[in-house]
Design a protein around this ligand. Structure first.
Ligand SMILES: [Zn+2]
Length: 143
């Protein structure tokens, strides 16, 4: 019997990866190519971030990838002094949400952003980031 190779690329994502197998494992390959990608439903045009393999609106699985590029508007942010298990070394960090119009991106602010410079409504861009433990994620940087 041939051994089936497990596609566990997603284990490389985030400080702590909560899953290694997903239907959107290409997301990690794109991060390695320095691209943050979402998915778009080819049937109804809905865009998703985080990427989804299936559209909840029209139930299609006919998706294509698109790059999260340009600037998003900072909707909200919150500085964390306490983190979940596994994230202690990253503290303090600031979680935030950017509005790109058709979709929103939830993530972290880049550590080099000064707290005094952060204002709701400001423009930020989403960039790939390498974590000290070799994992990949993405952060929001000055536009
Ligand atoms: Zn759809």
């Amino acid at each position: 019997m041939a051994e089936k190779k497990v596609d566990d690329r997603f284990k490389k994502f985030g400080t702590v990866s909560f899953t290694s197998i997903s239907k959107i494992n290409d997301f990690v390959d794109y991060l390695e190519q320095n691209k943050v990608m979402g998915t778009k439903c080819k049937s109804c045009g809905l865009t998703f971030f985080p990427p989804r393999a299936d559209c909840y609106k029209c139930l299609s699985s006919n998706m294509e990838w698109f790059e999260v590029s340009g600037n998003g508007k900072l909707l909200s942010f919150s500085k964390l002094e306490y983190g979940p298990v596994g994230f202690e070394k990253d503290l303090p960090y600031t979680i935030a949400i950017l509005d790109y119009g058709d979709y929103k991106v939830f993530g972290r602010l880049a550590t080099e952003l000064k707290e005094s410079d952060i204002k709701v409504g400001m423009e930020l861009k989403t960039v790939v980031n390498s974590l000290p433990n070799g994992q990949l994620n993405y952060v929001f940087q000055k536009a």
